[in-house]
Ligand binder design. Structure first.
Ligand code: SAM
Length: 288
């Protein structure tokens, strides 16, 4: 029986998100020295390899063939071949194929080594200005509105910073559903085309970000990451603005009606606004 030393190794290699300057020397060395590169899209990755004069043979490993390909690749590594896994951009397995292959390599006792580099979620978090000590990566939200709203609603009390990937043709609808689920005052960040020519990082309350994206076609172009402040951060950040709005509304309306109007205007939850309206109302009575 072969030992782990005689077996090959699986390298999980990150590639740039767009700017070739982010390709690490170690990624180049590994891609040049392995027996085979397993790529999500061989045509796409062969352009990257050619750019560096690397001629390692490639094999396609994408969502539709991963289950069938894994066995063969594991057999090759058992026989001593080393394989590098790459995706179209960034870190494999992060909203990209490769999980089955990595899991199978572990099960077969084959060493798996990372060659770290770019990842859109982490790059976006690093420039978002939102709490970064604890965060949740949610990948792509569901495509259908009902499922998407349910998904967001289930996350509305999450206290960690939330990170989503989204496509240009769904970003507008997705942001609107976020306003519906999380309220309009929560701080949000849209990180677009990171490391590329049209890189933009917009940091706005969620309702303002949704409005900006709805009216500015450029903000819907390219590759997008959306980040949201976690629930406790949102509560602290939004309270001042909501209290000011409720103070004005309470000149004309009861706390219940003021909360209902504010909920319509901001997308914030009515219960939260009603509690705030009662607090503001009590404060106004005391000061009168
Ligand atoms: N594995 C990749 C990574 O490490 O980030 C992610 C692959 S996923 C299929 C592609 C999504 O990542 C895009 O739809 C977008 O949400 C995000 N993304 C990739 N490149 C990006 C960039 N340059 N700027 C912003 N987001 C990016």
């Amino acid at each position: 029986m072969s030992t782990q030393q005689e077996q090959g190794r699986l390298w999980v290699v990150a590639t740039p998100l767009g700017n070739l300057g982010d390709m690490t020397p170690r990624a180049r060395e590994v891609l040049a020295s392995v027996d085979r590169v397993a790529a999500e899209d061989t045509r796409h990755s062969s352009r990257l390899l050619h750019h560096y004069g690397i001629e390692t043979p490639m094999v396609a490993l994408h969502d539709h063939n991963e289950a069938q390909r894994v066995e063969g690749l594991i057999a090759q590594m058992r026989d001593g071949a080393s394989i590098a896994l790459v995706s179209d951009a960034g870190t494999p397995l992060i909203s990209d194929p490769g999980f089955r292959l990595v899991r199978a390599a572990h099960a077969a006792g084959i060493a798996v080594a990372p060659v770290p580099g770019a990842c859109a979620a982490i790059a976006a978090l690093s420039v978002a200005g939102l709490p970064s000590d604890r965060f949740v990566f949610e990948g792509f939200p569901p495509a259908r509105q009902k499922a998407r709203r349910d998904h967001f609603a289930a996350l509305k009390d999450e206290v960690r910073t939330l990170i989503f990937y989204e496509s240009p043709h769904r970003i507008e609808a997705s942001l609107q559903d976020m306003v519906w689920a999380f309220g309009g005052t929560r701080q949000a960040v849209l990180a677009r085309e990171l490391t590329k020519t049209f890189e933009t990082v917009l940091s706005l309350p969620l309702a303002d970000l949704a409005a900006r994206v709805a009216t500015d076609l450029n903000q819907r172009r390219g590759e997008l990451v959306v980040l949201l402040a976690g629930a406790s951060e949102a509560a602290t950040a939004g309270d001042g603005e909501l209290r000011a709005m409720l103070t004005t509304l309470l000149d004309y309306l009861s706390p219940r009606d003021a909360a209902a109007v504010a909920a319509r205007l901001t997308g914030e939850r009515r219960n939260r606004l009603y509690s705030l309206a009662l607090e503001v109302h009590d404060g106004l009575q005391r000061d009168a």
